[in-house]
Design a protein around this ligand. Structure first.
Ligand code: SF4
Ligand code: SF4
Length: 146
């Protein structure tokens, strides 16, 4: 299984990974529509900055995932590819997974129809390479075998 590797030395705090994530998880997958015409999804990666260090933080798809353990109804689960994902149809927004994740990478969705449900990196199931990795101009994110 391949995972996103972070090379903080190459990150220049441009936030392009966040933009690419938002577009990838939008209805239209069009940057202008995603930002100005639709209910914008939240980025599932977050660029953290503490001079001179910056890096994009996202789910590590832990082998022994505390978020799966914390979820009482199986909404947080491992999919057929091996990635940890949440089922928005059954998530009740109790946020136990948010409290359990040691990396703080699960977010609350802020769109009206799914407000409060947990959302996180899903390793872009429709793509061969995650959108954040493809968008990074500096190879601060790479997609590599575990
Ligand atoms: S959400 Fe957090 S606990 Fe769950 S797999 Fe990702 S990094 Fe691990
Ligand atoms: S917020 Fe959703 S995914 Fe997280 S523990 Fe509760 S039901 Fe499970």
């Amino acid at each position: 299984m391949r995972v996103v590797r972070i090379k903080e030395d190459n990150c220049v705090y441009c936030h392009l990974c966040e933009v690419a994530c938002i577009v990838e998880h939008s209805q239209s997958k069009d940057i202008i529509k995603a930002f100005k015409k639709e209910e914008k999804p939240i980025a599932r990666c977050t660029v953290e900055f503490n001079y001179p260090v910056s890096l994009s933080v996202m789910c590590r798809h832990c082998e022994d995932a505390p978020c799966i353990e914390a979820c009482q109804n199986g909404s947080m689960h491992r999919d057929e590819r091996g990635y940890v994902v949440v089922n928005p149809d059954t998530c009740v927004g109790c946020w136990m997974c948010i409290m359990a994740c040691p990396y703080g990478v699960i977010k609350r969705d802020n769109r009206r129809e799914v407000w409060g449900l947990s959302t996180k990196c899903d390793a872009c199931p429709e793509r061969e390479i995650p959108a954040c990795v493809e968008a990074c101009p500096n190879e601060a994110l790479t997609f590599e075998e575990l």
